[in-house]
Design a protein around this ligand. Structure first.
Ligand SMILES: [Zn+2]
Length: 221
C-alpha cells in the first residue's frame, strides 16, 4: 500500500490500482484529471448522494455509484479527498472531508451508503486518503479540537489550541466502521508544507486553486 506519482503528475493509490476495476487520480497543482466527471456543490456536510440522483449544483460532500463509466470527483485544497471502492460489490464513492464533515462522521456515512444502496460490505472495501493538510500543519482552536475526542481518546490536549491529523481521524473512523487497516492507503503528502506541488487554502488563502480527485469504475471489466 502506497501512493505513487504518475508520469503526467498527480497520484494514485496502489491499493486501488491493484483492484484493476477503477480508474482514479488524485490531482495536484501540476495536473488535475480532465472531465467529464460529476461533481457536487460541497458544503462541509456528511451527506452522500448517489450518482443516479445527481443534478448540477446538488449540495453534498460525497458521491457514490455502481455504474461503470460514471466518474465521480471532489475538489480540495487542504481538505481530505477520500476514494472508496468495494471490489466485490463493484461500487465506489468519492468524498470531500474537512474537519466538519469528519466530525459529522462522513467516512462512516459513505461506507453505510455504499452498503445500503449498493450491497457493499465494509470488510471488503478499499479506501484511499489523498493529499491534504497534515497533522504537521493543521492547527485548530479548542472548539474544533474537542470534537475529535472520541477519535483520539489518547490525547489530553484537545481542550486547547492544537494540531489535528484529519487523515488519521478518517482512517480511524473507517476502521471503526469495519474496514481492515491493511485496506486503507494514506497519502503522506501535506498540502500546506509540501511545496508548490499542491494547492493549500491555509497557505495561499482565497486565491488558492483546487485539486480534483476522481474515481470511476472501468467499463467492460
Ligand atoms: Zn505540513
Amino acid at each position: 500500500m502506497s501512493f505513487v506519482s504518475t508520469d503526467g503528475g498527480g497520484y494514485v493509490s496502489t491499493l486501488l490500482q491493484e483492484t484493476g476495476l477503477v480508474e482514479h487520480l488524485f490531482g495536484t497543482a501540476r495536473r488535475n484529471p480532465e472531465g467529464p466527471f460529476l461533481r457536487l456543490k460541497q458544503v462541509h456536510s456528511a451527506r452522500i448522494v448517489d450518482a443516479a440522483d445527481w443534478r448540477e449544483g446538488l449540495e453534498a460532500d460525497g458521491l457514490a455509484t455502481a455504474t461503470p463509466g460514471l466518474r465521480l470527483a471532489v475538489r480540495t485544497a487542504d481538505c481530505v479527498p477520500l476514494l472508496l471502492c468495494d471490489p466485490v460489490a463493484r461500487a465506489i464513492a468519492a468524498v470531500h472531508a474537512g474537519w466538519r464533515g469528519t466530525a459529522l462522521g462522513i467516512a462512516l456515512e459513505a461506507v453505510r451508503f455504499l452498503a445500503t444502496r449498493h450491497g457493499a460490505r465494509a470488510g471488503n472495501m478499499i479506501a484511499a486518503l489523498g493529499p491534504a493538510i497534515g497533522g504537521c500543519c493543521y492547527e485548530v482552536g479548542p472548539e474544533v479540537a474537542h470534537q475529535f475526542r472520541a477519535l483520539f481518546p489518547e490525547r489530553n490536549d484537545l481542550g486547547t489550541r492544537t494540531k489535528i491529523d484529519l487523515r488519521e481521524a478518517l482512517r480511524r473512523q473507517l476502521i471503526l466502521t469495519g474496514l481492515s487497516a491493511a485496506a486503507i492507503d494514506v497519502s503522506p503528502h501535506c498540502t500546506r508544507c509540501g511545496g508548490g506541488e499542491f494547492h493549500s487554502w491555509r497557505r495561499d488563502g482565497p486565491r488558492a486553486g483546487r485539486m480534483i480527485s476522481l474515481i470511476g469504475l472501468r467499463t467492460g471489466g
